[in-house]
Design a protein around this ligand. Structure first.
Ligand code: NAI
Length: 302
């Protein structure tokens, strides 16, 4: 089988100065991509900043014979997002691949969470993905080619104590993907979302070191790179992974139950009496768009 290569492709990886983003950037460059290493070099909570995080990864790539440039903008403003994409265009002429990876944490239980903690996390993860992806998609649409990754989390997909802000932002990214995949489908732009698991400064205090050591960021990178490759046809999917385990997760709809005739009023008692059927996920399926849900109501609408 031919090796998966990225020769001639230009990739942007946000938050690539550390952890997972660094792993993606190094391997994309190792396989021939020209890489924009974006990182504002802040602390785990997003405060502070500097150029050294991005510069170090660029140096590593160059020392290994690859091509890379650094960018130090924050993903969380439109100006920052546009400048990140401009860095790719100025240095390498275009953008083919965007890995939205930059992230911070401001954990707090819901009742204690301050507005500022809510806003900061939404700004980096959710708004940040909009700010970088919109200018990138403009270019990808023109050239009818693009591969985009959004980075979600099991905290958003399934929940995690103390992370309502982070979870909301992370599931919001699935929401962006669900619609953007429809808007860009005819331009050969494939968009997928990943929920990684890795030992990094974001997770070092929530798992024991012994487990953490097995959760190397590098285990997340092969699926991310495959999804970014030209041969990947999947779009609109969400993947969960860690330590060499890879799987797909999805929002699914159960078959539910049709009650009545779309004319007479449905009673609360009928809901109670059908509640097992309503809550059943037997034969549940993912949907491609919101409109697909009409298939279940079809017997009532015909
Ligand atoms: P990390 O803290 O090692 O790396 C994140 C990088 O993003 C840092 O270098 C940071 O400076 C940069 N960054 C933060 N805010 C930025 C901004 N506004 N603009 C540009 N760069 C910014 O964290 P890690 O673990 O590598 O996380 C990467 C992504 O994966 C994040 O989106 C995180 O939420 C997500 N994730 C990680 C998991 C894990 O197990 N490590 C689990 C689920 C999701």
């Amino acid at each position: 089988m031919a090796e998966v290569r990225f020769d001639g492709k230009v990739a942007i990886v946000t938050g690539a100065g550390a952890g997972l983003g660094r792993a993606y950037a190094l391997e994309l460059a190792n396989r021939g991509a020209k890489v924009v290493v974006n990182d504002l070099g802040g602390a785990r909570d997003g405060t502070g900043g500097g150029t050294s995080a991005a510069d170090q990864v660029v140096d590593e790539i160059k020392k290994a014979g690859g091509e890379a440039v650094a960018n130090y903008d924050s993903v969380s403003t439109m100006e920052g997002g546009e400048n990140i994409v401009k860095t790719a265009v100025d240095a390498f002429g275009t953008v083919d691949i965007l890995v939205n990876n930059a992230g911070i944490l401001r954990d707090r239980s819901f009742l204690k969470m301050a507005e500022e903690e809510w806003d900061a996390v939404i700004a980096v993860h959710l708004k940040g993905a909009f700010c970088v992806t919109q200018p990138a998609v403009k270019i990808m649409k023109e050239k009818s080619y693009g591969r985009i990754i959004f980075t979600s989390s099991t905290s958003g997909l399934y929940g995690n104590f103390g992370q309502t802000n982070y979870g909301a932002a992370k599931l919001g990214l699935v929401g962006i993907m669900n619609t953007l995949k429809l808007e860009t489908a005819k331009y050969n732009i494939k968009i997928n979302t990943i929920a990684p698991t890795a030992w990094s400064r974001l997770t070092e205090d929530i798992m024991p070191e012994e487990t953490g050591k097995k959760l190397k960021p590098q285990f997340n990178e092969p699926l991310v790179l495959y999804l970014c490759s030209e041969e990947n046809e999947a779009s609109g999917m969400t993947f969960v992974m860690g330590a060499g385990w890879y799987g797909r997760t999805a929002i699914v709809s159960g078959n539910g139950v049709c009650i009545g005739d779309a004319d007479r009023v449905i009673t609360v008692e009928e809901i109670r009496d059908n509640f097992d059927k309503i809550t059943s996920l037997d034969d549940a399926k993912p949907q491609n768009s919101g409109g697909d849900i009409f298939q279940y109501m079809a017997p009532l609408l015909s």
